[in-house]
Write a protein that binds this ligand. Structure first.
Ligand code: SF4
Length: 467
């Protein structure tokens, strides 16, 4: 270790901020591209926090995030907020652009008259005044786009060696190691800060549960899994018997439309579906969304059978059966954190999902792990370590020992851009998980923000001064 934790995070943060101060040209104003349901899930999960300044300078506090509405009407009902100390109860509407309020006809719809807060990310009309059908003004919050972090959809930059290749190749190994370690610490702390904000808005247990579900959703179904965890709070799930809990998860996920009398289904699939339906039909009216745009949308194309979201929901059911046993890993973290997590994941069992890819697939010949090695490591690196590091700084050397994951497109591009064809150096600084995280952070901070094919990126000039 060359950099004590979390001083590296602070060092990288000031390096990053000084660069962006010196050359703001690198950041062109962009309209964020993010689906509305993703934004709502981030809001409801507490990622933006509880305290805000309204567009008129009001001090706004979210006292209760309320319920995610299943029917027509505002997005979140039964919420409570405080505006300059005055408590107001009602609904909250969240949109990408402020003007959607009028475009969707909310201003003339009495169903939106109890809205106490209009939240948006972007104001395309510069100043949009939100009014209800009684012509009453509704307070507004414009969310901070910075808080979106990696959530926005961006095109990956071209894959070619970057302008920073030269200064990086002239730096000593020690200097590059120190840069990498600092960027990795910064990334871990950003993850911890996100989890902490969510925990302050919900609870630590719910936050970890949601974050594990998100990691199980991988890239394509991260939001879908977050919404599933929000619509099925951990405390509600743990209060149910396992069979009812499982039915609730599959039902609210929208997976219970599969025809159980389909003659092509195997007998074990039919039996399993019958068991789920035996509970789901009783709770379905209260839990199923009544309108289509409130349904959870899963992305199935490009998903390997092993990673099918139905299988992932099966894994969540198995995790919940052993929840208390698993929580020890992050509640009492130690040097054996990685091993403990892997062992406990490998022990997870499920009669059906150990041998099936979907609710309708035939049984596989051999049993399959409910959470594969890569997913285990991803949960460890994205959730359990950041959460533990934020509270136990001494775990940093333990985190540094964690092996990297198999390469992916972003990581390959980051390596190519920063180290070019020098595969030995690229390998040297991308073997471990923390190194991969550091490369992704630099790539995110500079390459993804650059729209000049490196020409206006200030990183090469500044990194040469990293010591
Ligand atoms: S955009 Fe900046 S950090 Fe990225 S490769 Fe180009 S010079 Fe390097």
């Amino acid at each position: 270790m060359t950099v004590p934790f979390p001083h590296g995070a602070e060092k990288y943060q000031s390096f990053r901020e000084s660069i962006l101060r010196v050359s703001p040209v690198v950041r062109e104003p962009v309209t964020p591209v993010i689906p509305e349901m993703d934004l709502q899930a981030m809001w409801f999960g507490g990622e933006f926090g509880r305290s805000y300044s309204g567009t008129e300078g009001e001090q706004i506090e979210i006292l209760q995030f309320g319920h995610w509405n299943h029917s027509a009407g505002p997005d979140f009902t039964e919420t409570a907020i405080s505006i300059n100390g005055e408590i107001r109860k009602g609904s909250i509407e969240i949109e990408i652009d402020s003007t959607s309020w009028e475009q969707h006809g909310h201003g003339s719809n009495p169903a939106f008259d109890d809205v106490v807060l209009h939240v948006f990310l972007h104001d395309s009309r510069q100043k949009f005044y939100t009014r209800n059908s009684r012509h009453e003004s509704i307070p507004q919050i414009k969310l901070d786009q910075e808080a979106l972090g990696n959530a926005t959809v961006r095109d990956l930059p071209e894959a070619f060696p970057g302008r920073c290749l030269a200064p990086l190749s002239e730096m000593t190994d020690e200097a590059v190691e120190s840069l990498i370690e600092s960027a990795a610490q910064f990334r871990a702390m950003r993850k911890f800060d996100r989890l902490k904000a969510m925990a302050e808005s919900t609870s630590a247990r719910q936050t970890i549960f949601q974050a594990i579900c998100e990691a199980l959703g991988f890239r394509h179904n991260k939001t879908a899994m977050a919404v599933l965890a929000q619509r099925n709070p951990l405390s509600d799930l743990l209060a149910l018997q396992p069979a009812e809990r499982e039915a609730r998860l599959f039902g609210t996920a929208g997976f219970m439309e599969t025809e159980i009398y389909d003659p092509s289904l195997s007998s074990d699939a039919t039996d399993y579906l019958k068991k789920l339906w035996a509970h789901w039909w009783k709770i379905r009216p209260a839990l199923e969304p009544e309108i289509e745009d409130r349904e959870i949308r899963w992305k199935l194309s490009g998903t390997r059978p092993l990673n099918h979201p139905q299988r992932r929901v099966g894994a969540i059911a198995a995790i919940l059966k052993r929840w208390n046993y698993l929580t020890v890993v992050w509640e009492r973290p130690g040097e054996d954190l990685e091993k403990k997590w892997q062992t406990r994941c490998d022990e997870l069992e499920h009669d059906y999902w150990q041998n099936h890819y979907t609710l309708s697939s035939k049984a596989s010949k051999n049993p399959m792990k409910l959470i594969g090695t890569d997913r285990q490591r991803d949960i460890l690196g994205n959730v359990i370590f950041p959460w533990s590091l934020g509270r136990h700084e001494e775990l940093w050397p333990v985190f540094m020992e964690m092996k990297g994951v198999d390469s992916n497109e972003k990581l390959r591009r980051a390596q190519l851009r920063l180290f070019g064809s020098d595969s030995e150096r690229a390998g040297q600084f991308a073997k471990k998980y923390f190194q991969q995280q550091a490369l992704l952070q630099i790539y995110h901070d500079f390459c993804l923000e650059d729209s000049s094919d490196c020409q206006n990126c200030p990183f090469p000039e500044q990194v040469a001064q990293w010591s």
